[in-house]
Design a protein around this ligand. Sequence first.
Ligand code: PEP
Ligand code: MG
Length: 324
Amino acid sequence: QKAKWAKLVNEPTVSKDGQHVELAANIGTPKDLEGVRNNGGEGVGLYRTEFLYMGRDELPTEEEQYEAYKAVLEGMEGKPVVVRTLDIGGDKELPYLNLPKEMNPFLGYRAIRLCLDEQDIFRTQLRALLKASPYGNLKIMFPMISNLQEFREAKAILEEEKKALQENGIDVADKIEVGIMVEIPSTAVMADVFAKEVDFFSIGTNDLIQYTMAADRMNERVSYLYQPYNPAILRLVKMVIDAAHKEGKWAGMCGEMAGDEIAVPILLGLGLDEFSMSATSILRARSQIHRLNKSDMKKLAEEVLQLDTNDEVIKAVEKAVSND
Ligand code: PEP
Ligand code: MG
């Protein structure tokens, strides 16, 4: 099996009926790039920049961040690299920020909420990204967006920093796509409105599932409610993909679900453009997609959206893909 997959490292990801999708990797540091190359990643769909900030006593400087972003952009040699701005809070703490303890950290002061409030932290990161942008194909993504106002503010700050750099004669790439993670149900529901203003969506199912089902992704006692294939989740995913396509934008997914064997056939059928997963899942997913007809998966997706439960969806997918 492994040897068979290894042959797929330099192959494009096309379905049996010739439809291309992009298989990208989730990374946490520039060191992860080797794994991306060895596993044939067509891009980086999620660079979790939190690790630059974690395991230390103070914020990383602009220069340190610039070096890391530049290394990733250069290492990917012009392939797309989606960098997510700081997503701290919830399960990811930064002790040196001395933030007060909260009753509900997952619903609290985190990610873009913190960045729009502590703007020095945010602006430093954005400047580092903008300065690194000429070295590759950078796309910037904001996490935990819950309403349009947040996106507009974040984008305006990015534009301000870009203008200031350019006025100082610093080179910045002309075209940097700016998108959002869709990981809060309000944003999935409003995807048609967001799609007019963002360049792309990346669906963060790890959080989208927990917020939609109201089941903490870390809590074993409610893990039975953490249901990726619940039609409620699948319908939200469909809304996001359709909304993007209606405006000529692309939609990806960077939660665990993107590399999941049961989810991949449904996501292919729903028209997902980019699947971002841990590098070690890429070849398995590519091999799976090679064996699937996108037109058949479109019918399967329509069918499962009308089912009642998570388990029914699993059974329907297993039945549909069992004969290959
Ligand atoms: C997600 O929420 O799906 C996601 C990819 O982000 P993280 O797991 O870092 O919260
Ligand atoms: Mg998340």
